[in-house]
Design a protein around this ligand. Structure first.
Ligand SMILES: [Zn+2]
Ligand SMILES: [Zn+2]
Length: 254
């Protein structure tokens, strides 16, 4: 079985054909889908998809750095009240994103620290989103060394040194469609990283792998990521599936 550790299947992009999307993924061996939260506007859809696919779809809870705006304190309060109400697979996606907007950098840091504190308190893994902020995010994680903080750097696309730094903190690298993009350089990095540090993701509907780059991404396309990792590491697709699934189950207790 393959686990898609990061897929936004609850978004409106999938509203008209979600059953077929899940079916197609199942036909490719994808048996579990972990759903990262974005902000409160999507909570209802997120939880509804989980309810419709018990044992297959698992919700995370958290405030995405791109949704950290003027109302971030209200958003964080809602995250906290959900965490007290029920169990989630992880706190995510949370992190730092300096690509789109730098207006709320301080608030992004504050939100990240707050949500990491909750992860420790509720004994949950974190799923980190970092864009143009990999090193800054690694620095934050290092502040929590020895506290049993665990999780995934989702959509990892940094340098080999970034990858080694992340691995040294005990975090996993979430690898998706970007590895199929020639200009990303990610395949060369992953070639030198042990499979035991990697989990698979799509980040659907975004970051569609080649040969469908530019179209809507979906979880069945994770097979192109599996193929690419197998190719660069010169191992079988089965081996990639086996080890990455074991890693994912190690992170998510659900
Ligand atoms: Zn993300
Ligand atoms: Zn995402």
């Amino acid at each position: 079985m393959i686990i898609d550790t990061h897929t936004h299947l609850y978004l409106s992009d999938f509203a008209s054909d979600i059953d077929e999307v899940i079916k197609r993924a199942g036909d490719e061996g994808v048996g579990k889908f972990y759903l990262p939260a974005i902000d409160s506007a999507e909570t209802e859809n997120l939880l509804a998809l989980e309810t419709n696919y018990p044992g297959k779809c698992f919700a995370m809870m958290g405030l995405h750095p791109c949704s950290v705006k003027e109302n971030y304190k209200d958003e964080l309060n809602m995250v906290h009240s959900w965490l007290q109400k029920r169990k989630f697979a992880a706190i995510g996606e949370i992190g730092l994103d300096f690509y789109w907007d730098k207006t709320f950098i301080d608030q992004q840091y504050q939100s990240l620290h707050q949500q990491i504190e909750w992860a420790l308190q509720f004994d949950l893994p974190v799923v980190l989103h970092t864009r143009e902020a990999v090193q800054e995010s690694i620095d934050v994680i290092k502040e929590y060394a020895g506290k049993n903080l665990r999780g995934i750097f989702h959509c990892f696309s940094g340098t080999l040194q970034n990858a080694l730094d992340i691995i040294s903190t005990g975090f996993y690298l979430g690898i998706g469609g970007v590895i199929t993009y020639k200009n990303s350089g990610l395949a060369e990095v992953i070639k030198q990283i042990d499979l035991k540090n990697i989990v698979l993701e799509t980040d659907a509907p975004y970051l569609t792998p080649v040969p469908f780059r530019g179209k809507r991404n979906e979880s069945s396309y994770i097979k192109y990521v599996v193929q690419k990792i197998a190719e660069v590491k010169n191992i079988s697709a089965k081996e990639v599936e086996k080890v990455t699934t074991r890693n994912a189950m190690n992170i998510f207790s659900a």
